[in-house]
Design a protein around this ligand. Sequence first.
Ligand code: MTE
Ligand code: MO
Length: 170
Amino acid sequence: MSKKTISFIIGILVIIVGVFAFINRQAIEDKKQDHEKMNIIIKKGEKETTFSHDEILEFGEEEFKANLKSSGKKAVEHIYTGVPLIKLLQSAEIEMKEEDQINVKSIDGYTVALRVDEVLDEENIYLSYKIDGELMKPREDGGDGPYQMIIRKDQFSQRWAKYVVEIEVN
Ligand SMILES: Nc1nc2c(c(=O)[nH]1)N[C@H]1C(S)=C(S)[C@@H](COP(=O)(O)O)O[C@H]1N2
Ligand SMILES: [Mo]
């Protein structure tokens, strides 16, 4: 291969990597903005629905008690305010089969997988935005919000995703 050909190939590779980096950065930036605007995105395949905080409130908020277990600490009971997660999926007209998986994605890349039967239980899985009557602070301000997924029937909070931005069904 001539030097020219090699330079050409390297040039093309640099461009490809650059384009991917750009697309990736754009996707991260979009997610950050949704996080700041208190939006939640529901996704299945090509279909994407964005809910604002006001739209989420219309699903009817509920208050409930749940035990928060932080790592290295004893569980502490708190009062949470939120809406059942299933309401968002229903409103976005997401069809689910028994074997589907619901991936709850957070701004820090954390992902929690839920089964369809768990999500169908309205008294179990909530998209929560208040703790003890106060709006949850976003991650930048040292909070667990603006949204945290509360799984009431799960005593370990490992799956209680903090800073939730997107729910993807597949
Ligand atoms: N987005 C996000 N959610 C998360 C985590 C995380 O790293 N990122 N950690 C989980 C774990 S392992 C625990 S124990 C609980 C409580 O975390 P804390 O101890 O930082 O309060 O949050 C869960 N939710
Ligand atoms: Mo944990």
